[in-house]
Design a protein around this ligand. Sequence first.
Ligand SMILES: [Zn+2]
Length: 201
Amino acid sequence: MQSTQILTLIRLLSKLPSLGPRSGRRIALHLLKNRETLLGPLKEALIQADLHLKTCSTCFNLDTQDPCGLCEDHRRDNTTLCIIEDVADLWALERVGSYKGRYHILGGALSALNGKGPEDLTIDPLIKRLELFPFSEVILALSATVEGQTTLHYICERLSMAHPTLKVTTIAHGVPLGGELDFLDDGTIATAFQGRSTVNW
Ligand SMILES: [Zn+2]
């Protein structure tokens, strides 16, 4: 018989990406066996993250400040805007370091299966942002999945109506993005950016 506290802990851990009830149970036990070195510091880190991290109202990155450090960095190139699905993509691109422009994070991809429509993504703020700031190139760095490509076509359609003269490019095909950039080596990411092609509408 397990206590309510343990069951709650297992249930919450099981909801984390890539985890299920079995790994949830294993992690719960591991945390409880390592209270001082893991459970305590983890609790504190979660509290601090909840208290201090916020979403940037310009690019939708996560940071302790709004606008975020990247949006506030005046050394970055104001002429290119890279559209990505998740913060994890931004982290991967920043790790590679070859892209020096601005970002716009969509907050996922369109998915009928997961009930994610255009209003759930930051597409309207993107269209507005492009009205306010004259970017000369918009790079669509979306995943090669069905959801990623559906999102890409939807955004192209919206952009062709709202900003018909804008130069829009896509990164080289066959490169998995959408939170998957993290698994790629830096050279592959850099090559995907160099091999980007212009969208013609
Ligand atoms: Zn930002």
